[in-house]
Design a protein around this ligand. Structure first.
Ligand SMILES: NC(=O)c1ccc[n+]([C@@H]2O[C@H](COP(=O)([O-])OP(=O)(O)OC[C@H]3O[C@@H](n4cnc5c(N)ncnc54)[C@H](OP(=O)(O)O)[C@@H]3O)[C@@H](O)[C@H]2O)c1
Length: 321
């Protein structure tokens, strides 16, 4: 099969489009002929400085396609079904092998490109808001990096969950404008305004009850500084690529909390697996939107990663084998 591989981590230019051996089907897994790869924030980070499982390494968490082989112990999936899959690596390829527990069936008639972009960002955003952020109806929610894959999902889920005010940050006014149809009430351009000051101004000085932060570093400090009394930050990523050094000194007085969130630790549990299946069905019914910014051929994976890192994408960029 063809795949986008690299022999060393680094910039987008390390990605090469090459012939590699086909994956082998595990007795508890499936092989999927990939039709759409969703490039996750973690994929660009891993390509930049992540662990390589093999050399060459095929990066990528998430892809959707058709099952072409089923392991002998798998009873709930069959050849010919369309599924969206997640895994630690291997999405940037024509074929991928995953455990059966990492494949979700796509409802009949659903756009496979949209399905490709659901499990990790929507599952993560949901856990950040409700499981770890303990969001309640009426809460003020701040989503850092609102135009990111996780951000686009979190804005919609916060609105759907009854947030009284949904705030989000991004690096330009144009990016924020595109988030308004998804449920964003007020956008904060962090290049021009201090986030915590702006959150206080917009909330009568109360602050945000829940913050979803997938950027980390100095952005995470802004999230902590934006919290309301008893507010919660779900810290879920390091898109900013900065050291995670923050001052938590003021949190005690405000009875505030900071939770690390890692979807991968619980993705195979019934709770998260079933939650992701529900989210896929909500997208299929049109209750949640998947925002696809652009598609590239798989052979142009380097160009697609470069485009994402240029900070122009809103929502997801896909690769099509
Ligand atoms: N822990 C978990 O379970 C989990 C699950 C999913 C994702 N994540 C992590 O969450 C982060 C975001 O994932 P995603 O898929 O939402 O990412 P994404 O769609 O690629 O978006 C990342 C966003 O971060 C912002 N950003 C801020 N500083 C940046 C920088 N220095 N370089 C690049 N982007 C920067 C950009 O928006 P602006 O230009 O508007 O600032 C960009 O849109 C990643 O670190 C990922 O690994 C973790």
């Amino acid at each position: 099969m063809k795949a986008a591989v690299y022999y060393e981590t680094g910039g987008p230019e390390v990605l090469k489009y090459e012939e590699v051996p086909d994956p082998v089907c595990h007795r508890k897994g499936v092989i999927v002929r990939v039709e759409a790869v969703s490039i996750e924030g973690g994929d660009t980070l891993n390509r930049f400085r992540g662990r390589m499982a093999a050399n060459p390494h095929i990066v990528g968490y998430q892809a959707a396609g058709e099952i072409v082989e089923v392991g002998e112990e798998v009873t709930n999936l069959k050849v010919g079904q369309k599924v969206v899959t997640s895994g630690n690596h291997g999405s940037h390829a024509e074929l991928r092998a995953v455990p059966a527990r990492s494949a979700w069936v796509i409802p009949d008639g659903m756009d496979i490109q949209k399905a490709a972009a659901i499990p990790v960002p929507f599952g993560t955003a949901h856990d950040c808001l409700f499981e770890f952020g303990r969001m309640q109806k009426g809460d003020v929610v701040l989503v850092q990096a609102g135009a990111s894959g996780v951000g686009v999902a979190a804005i919609q889920l916060a609105k759907q969950g009854g947030a009284s005010l949904v705030l989000a940050t991004a690096s330009s006014d144009e990016r924020l404008e595109m988030l308004k149809p998804l449920g964003l009430d007020h956008g904060i351009n962090y290049k021009e305004k201090d986030v915590a000051t702006e959150v206080r101004r917009l909330t009568d000085n109360k602050g945000a009850n829940v913050v979803v932060d997938s950027v980390g570093g100095s952005t995470l400090q802004g999230s902590i500084n934006s919290l309301a009394y008893r507010g919660r930050v779900s810290m879920v990523g390091a898109a900013g690529r900065e050291p995670m050094k923050v001052d938590v000194g003021a949190m005690m007085g405000g009875n505030q909390s900071l939770s690390g969130v890692f979807l991968g630790a619980e993705i195979a549990t019934d709770r998260v697996y079933n939650n992701i299946q529900r989210l896929i069905e909500q997208v299929a019914r049109g209750e949640l939107q998947v925002v696809i910014d652009r598609t590239f051929p798989l052979s142009e994976a380097a160009e697609a990663h470069r485009y994402i890192e240029s900070r122009q994408a809103v929502g997801r960029v896909l690769l099509i084998p």
